[in-house]
Design a protein around this ligand. Structure first.
Ligand code: AMP
Length: 147
């Protein structure tokens, strides 16, 4: 474990995020590695019925990225992660996480795992998608449901 030099923590900013953050911070302390953060904005284009009067220059993508950047900066400050090691991307979470792993020589990715069953298991999860495609190690933190 002390061979880990670069950890990447993937955060979705749900109520469960802190459980995953806690494990990543613990691992960083144990192996003295650098910690980077990633959040991916999943933009699903919506077809408006025409009843919504949005300003012509309204850019949903940009709005979502701005909110994500603010949350990322707050988390980065809290965890002492340098600005340059806080990644905010747009697209598919697993694809973007894997891209950052490749481009920044990450040794281990830390993600949450819901331990799904049935249909949602068949549909897949970010953790299993990263596990199947990443060349580095994966720490899948089993998430306890927050009520
Ligand atoms: P899921 O099983 O897809 O709900 O996601 C479980 C874990 O994947 C989360 O706890 C995060 O670690 C990671 N994850 C999911 N969505 C995102 C996202 N949009 N950006 C970064 N990480 C994510």
């Amino acid at each position: 474990m002390d061979e880990y030099r670069h950890l990447l923590l993937a955060v979705d900013f749900t109520a469960e995020t802190d459980q995953v953050v806690e494990r990543a911070v613990g691992l960083r302390a144990k192996c003295g590695a650098k910690l980077s953060l990633v959040h991916v904005v999943e933009y699903i284009p919506m077809a408006y019925s025409g009843d919504l009067s949005l300003p012509d220059d309204f850019n949903l993508e940009q709005e979502l990225l701005d909110v994500a950047r603010k949350r990322m900066d707050a988390l980065g400050e809290r965890l002492g992660v340098k600005e340059g090691d806080r990644y905010v991307a747009l697209g598919s979470p697993s694809r973007e996480i894997l891209r950052i792993v490749r481009e920044h020589h990450v040794d281990v990715v830390v993600v949450g795992s819901h331990g799904r069953h049935g249909v949602s298991l068949l549909l897949g999860s970010t953790a299993s998608s990263v596990l199947h495609h990443a060349e580095c190690d994966l720490l899948a933190v089993r998430i306890k449901e927050v009520t």
